[in-house]
Write a protein that binds this ligand. Structure first.
Ligand code: RBF
Length: 166
C-alpha cells in the first residue's frame, strides 16, 4: 500500500480513455489549503490533458475533510459523471484525525456502494506536513493526478458496462 516506490503522477497516457465530454465534480476541503490546492490543480490539469473541457469541471469547496462526504453526495445528485473528493488530514496530538479519516473513508465508500456515480478517494492522510507535500506535487508525485486518471477510467468503466458491445 505504500507509495514509497510508486509515483502518484505516473501513468501511461495511452491507457487512459479519451475523456472528452465527461463531466467531473471536484469537492475540495479548505483545511491544509496549501496541500489541497496543489492536489486540485493536479487533478484539473490531468483531466484537461486527457480531454475534459474546463467548463465540464465543477469545483466546490467544503470547510474540512469531514464535510467531503456531504459535498460529494450533493455533487452526485447534481448530475456529474464522477466526483473526486480531495482533502488532507495530518496526524495531530489527539486521535481526532483518525476519527475524521474513518468517517470520510467510510462515507465515501458508502456513496460508491449505494449511488450510481463513482466517487474517487483523494484524501491524503499523513503523519506530518512534509509527507503531505511529497504527495501533493513533491517527490511522490501528485495524488490529484492519480485521482483524475481514476475518475476517467471509472466513468469509462460505467459506459462500457451500460453498452458492453462498444
Ligand atoms: N480537517 C481536515 O481536512 N484535515 C485535518 O487535518 C483536520 N484536522 C482537524 C483537527 C481537529 C482537532 C478538528 C476539531 C478538526 C479538524 N479538521 C480537519 C476539520 C474537520 O474535517 C471538520 O471540518 C470539522 O470537524 C467540522 O465538522
Amino acid at each position: 500500500m505504500a507509495t514509497k516506490n510508486h509515483n502518484l503522477s505516473d501513468y501511461d497516457i495511452t491507457s487512459v480513455p479519451n475523456a472528452t465530454g465527461m463531466k467531473i465534480g471536484i469537492v475540495v476541503a479548505e483545511w491544509n489549503e496549501s496541500i489541497t490546492a496543489s492536489l486540485l490543480e493536479g487533478a484539473k490539469q490531468t483531466l484537461m490533458k486527457n480531454g475534459v473541457f474546463p467548463e465540464d469541471i465543477t469545483v466546490m469547496t467544503v470547510p474540512g475533510s469531514f464535510e467531503l462526504v456531504y459535498g460529494a453526495s450533493q455533487m452526485v445528485k447534481a448530475g456529474v459523471d464522477a466526483v473526486i473528493a480531495i482533502g488532507c488530514v495530518i496526524r495531530g496530538d489527539t486521535p481526532h484525525d483518525r476519527y475524521i479519516c474513518q468517517g470520510v473513508t467510510y462515507g465515501l465508500a458508502r456513496l460508491n456502494a449505494v449511488q450510481d456515480v463513482p466517487v474517487i478517494y483523494g484524501l491524503i492522510t499523513t503523519l506530518d506536513m512534509q509527507q503531505a507535500e511529497e504527495r501533493a506535487g513533491g517527490k511522490m508525485g501528485n495524488k490529484g493526478d492519480e485521482c483524475a486518471v481514476t475518475a476517467i477510467k471509472m466513468v469509462d468503466f460505467k459506459r462500457r458496462m451500460v453498452t458492453p458491445n462498444n
